[in-house]
Design a protein around this ligand. Structure first.
Ligand SMILES: [Zn+2]
Length: 158
């Protein structure tokens, strides 16, 4: 049996924060704001994976109100969520993601990001794809004030 899941996340960007995608820091004037490290890609992937497994979402697993997750490394949360999915009898078939922001450029960091996700999810790097897009100057994303990530994840019963 195979199941597909969709995840989406958005974080505002502000000076003095790190810009992180799947734990990979990309040099940029602004970074993501939010609870935990605000890693939008890690959060979208968690939601896609938990959605496919029918196991809820990132907010249920790691509540904002829980001080244990303040400034938590989101890749650690991703690994925890994957462990739960794995113990439910699932493996990742493939994962595909789109990160939309005006800056920074994602492409130079893409292989590093793919490798980080593949390692965390015990998947082949060929099964993990990440694309960077801009929003053509339109809305808060286009004005450089936010980053949005979409992710789809296909799981297969082991
Ligand atoms: Zn988030």
């Amino acid at each position: 049996m195979q199941r597909i899941g969709l995840g989406r996340d958005l974080h505002r960007l502000a000076p003095g924060r790190r810009f992180l995608l799947a734990g990979v820091e990309i040099p940029c004037e602004k970074g993501e704001i939010g609870h935990s490290d605000a890693d939008a890609l890690a959060h979208a992937v968690i939601d896609a994976m938990l959605g496919a497994a029918g196991m809820g979402d990132v907010g249920e697993f790691f509540p904002d109100a829980d001080p244990a997750y303040r400034d938590a490394g989101s890749m650690l949360l991703l690994k925890k969520a994957f462990e739960r999915v794995k113990s439910g009898g699932w493996r990742i078939v493939n994962l595909d993601c789109v990160a939309t922001c005006e800056t920074p450029k994602i492409l130079p960091y893409r292989e590093k990001i793919r490798a980080a996700l593949a390692q965390a999810l015990e998947a082949d790097i060929g099964a993990v794809m990440v694309k960077g897009k801009t929003n053509e100057g339109i809305d808060a994303i286009g004005q450089g004030n936010a980053v949005e990530v979409l992710a789809v994840c296909l799981l297969e019963r082991v």
